[in-house]
Ligand binder design. Structure first.
Ligand code: SAM
Length: 262
């Protein structure tokens, strides 16, 4: 059936069988509860179902596609016809979900950030296998001292292990996007650094990386009244740049900020 893709919903459907096969071969699906974000016309969903999952939930915002999915899969899947950004993902089921998503690129970082911020103490998923624009994936996996390193890398590193699985060419999609894509696998990090509120880590990294070419002095003075004292406590040279500090330092600085604020 011909489906006209809606640009506003980031609709680029995966049509490459090799890539679809690859995506469902990375993590165990059999007997697991699966959540797929943005199933579109159900190309990936069909491959997931072949692997005999215990249950498949899908979240699809497009009403028209939700009807097509209902027609195609009947009661093989549970369709949540809603916006993934509005859903409380930890209320979908009691089981830990295995999550798949060829994400709408216009909101991919928003989805990932929202999930990380909402993790709190309990992980609602076992793994996340997600497709991003390659340029965004490179930012997520970047290490310190790299020009792509920034807020997304630090936020991800706080709660998740991440591994790049493959890059995917525009020809694997219809309609073809203009850019390459990358598939990333995220798994929960044991014993992540404890913070009172993830929003503080977001705020602190925003202040640092909105002036990424400036020396650390400036954001430090903006955040801390006792900037010099804090810098020396953590052995930080204030003449360095934000990208020179490891994620762990940002976690410690956030905790320091939270403790001072009390
Ligand atoms: N998974 C399909 C595939 O690989 O062929 C389609 C992927 S397409 C890149 C993104 C999908 O996410 C589309 O089906 C789109 O309608 C859906 N979508 C866009 N925004 C959404 C949102 N806020 N919540 C849920 N689904 C959304």
């Amino acid at each position: 059936m011909y489906i006209k893709a809606k640009k506003s919903l980031g609709q680029n459907f995966l049509i490459d069988r090799e890539v679809l096969e690859k995506i469902v071969s990375i993590v165990k699906i059999a007997d697991k509860e699966i959540l797929e974000i943005g199933p579109g016309s159900g190309n990936l969903t069909s491959y997931i179902l072949k692997k005999k999952p215990k249950k498949v939930f899908v979240i699809e915002k497009d009403d028209e596609l939700s009807l097509i999915l209902k027609d195609k899969f009947a009661n093989q899947i549970e369709i949540i016809n809603d916006d993934v950004l509005k859903i409380s993902e930890n209320e979908i089921t009691d089981q830990k979900l295995v999550v798949f998503g060829n994400l709408p690129y216009n909101i991919s970082t928003e989805i990932l950030s929202k999930w990380i911020i909402n993790i709190n103490k309990k992980f609602w998923f076992e793994s996340l296998l997600l497709m991003f624009q390659k340029e965004v994936a490179d930012r997520i996996i970047a290490d310190s001292n790299n020009s792509k390193y920034g807020r997304l890398s630090i936020l991800t590193n706080w709660k998740l292990n991440v591994e790049k699985i493959i890059n995917i060419k525009p020809q694997s999609f219809s309609p073809r996007p203009k850019i390459d894509s990358s598939l990333l696998l995220f798994t929960p990090k044991e014993n992540s650094f404890e913070l009172k509120d993830a929003k503080n880590l977001e705020m602190i990294t925003r202040i640092f990386f909105s002036q990424r070419r400036k020396m650390l002095k400036k954001p430090f003075n903006q955040i801390f009244n006792n900037a010099k004292e804090v810098a020396s406590k953590f052995n930080i040279d204030l003449n360095l740049r934000p990208q020179n500090l490891e994620p762990e330092i940002y976690f410690k600085l956030t905790k320091e900020y939270e403790d001072l604020k009390r």
